[in-house]
Design a binder for this molecule. Structure first.
Ligand code: ASP
Length: 343
């Protein structure tokens, strides 16, 4: 072998080894999001920013503790989402946005990547932690999805915490609704009731913030994904978003990836985003990052926006978004936590 060829061969070997090493170091066991939207640093106070970072970190710690203790990925997802649902900064559980009628109607879903079992609830108003209700639907009923008062009755029967709807009320979200109603009526006049604004009354991107989601990978190599949300501010009666729709906002399969989406739900439903990512991986052999980019670009092309998180069973993750920011974070197998907000 000539000297030059030998050198090249050694260089290739070194870079392959380094690549492998960094791939190993980069093995993630959990990714989370706290919603995508027009999140600008200039609109954020240092206190608010610190609060978001603290809760995202706390949520990751809660889930990671489960994984470290050898619990399954469903336990990790549920524990993580509980922290985010109980914190008023996020549009899930306490702190959920308001419907046009001034109600908090919550949606949530969870899916098990090992068995492809799934559960979800939509339009619930009295269940403190909708993610647990979704899990109960999956594990304790023969159904996949329950809505409204039926879902609430079921949650009560399986012993979940039921609260007065007032529990979900927060001043910030209430003011957000008043602003949205005002802007929408101005918009309707300006648009002369164009078809698009009739279809999507809630056009303003700021109307959606803080849906939460989590994908976890446990020690046994099983994935789980979950999403919980109050939906979009000023949504009309009975509106259900993508989050509780299996395949749209939430999907999980050990063979491909766990996915949780956030953004303008109507576009995620019409593009069946989460399952599309899984299909691109399964049938086209794309990586989790490549598949996620394609699916999210489609949302953008159609006029929607948002982001998503996805994690495959090897620990590769991606957190793309096409908005100004997305509250997000991840934790590696050795417990290193990363949290970010802006682009
Ligand atoms: N995707 C959610 C929905 O449309 C909202 C969000 O993620 O912010 O209900």
């Amino acid at each position: 072998m000539k000297m030059k060829t030998l050198k090249l061969f050694v260089l290739i070997l070194i870079s392959l080894y380094a690549g492998n090493l960094s791939a190993q170091q980069q093995k993630y066991v959990m990714v989370i999001h706290g919603g995508a939207g027009t999140i600008l640093k200039r609109n954020m106070t240092p206190e608010k920013e610190a609060a978001y970072i603290a809760v995202l970190t706390q949520a990751l710690q809660a889930g990671y503790a489960k994984i470290k203790a050898g619990k399954n990925s469903l336990d990790a997802v549920e524990a993580t989402i509980h922290v985010l649902e109980n914190d008023p900064h996020f549009n899930a559980g306490k702190g959920a946005v308001f419907t046009h009628d001034g109600r908090n109607e919550l949606d949530a879903a969870i899916m098990d990547g090992k068995t492809l079992m799934a559960g979800s609830v939509a339009g619930v108003t009295t269940i403190k932690n909708p993610i647990s209700a979704a899990r109960a639907v999956m594990e304790k009923s023969e159904h996949v999805m329950m809505v409204g008062t039926g879902a609430e009755q079921f949650a009560k029967e399986v012993g979940l915490e039921i609260v007065d709807p007032k529990y979900f009320w927060t001043k910030d979200r209430w003011e957000g609704l008043q602003k949205a109603i005002k802007e929408d009526s101005v918009k309707a006049v300006l648009d002369h009731g164009s078809k698009k604004s009739e279809l999507f009354g809630t056009k303003n991107h700021d109307y959606k913030f803080g849906t939460v989601g989590c994908v976890a990978l446990d020690k046994a190599g099983n994935l789980a994904a979950g999403t919980s949300t109050g939906g979009m501010t000023n949504k009309k009666y009975g509106r259900v978003g993508d989050a509780p729709i299996i395949g749209a906002g939430t999907y999980c399969n050990n063979e491909t990836a766990g996915i949780s989406c956030t953004g303008w739900g109507e576009f995620y439903i019409r593009n069946v985003v989460a399952k599309t990512i899984s299909d691109l991986m399964e049938y086209k052999n794309l990586s989790v990052a490549e598949a996620s980019k394609i699916a999210l670009d489609k949302v953008r092309e159609m006029g929607g926006d948002g982001g998503l998180i996805a994690l495959d069973a090897k620990g590769n993750m991606t957190m793309p978004f096409n908005t100004e920011g997305m509250y997000r974070g991840a934790v590696t197998a050795d417990g290193k936590i990363e949290v970010s907000i802006y682009k």
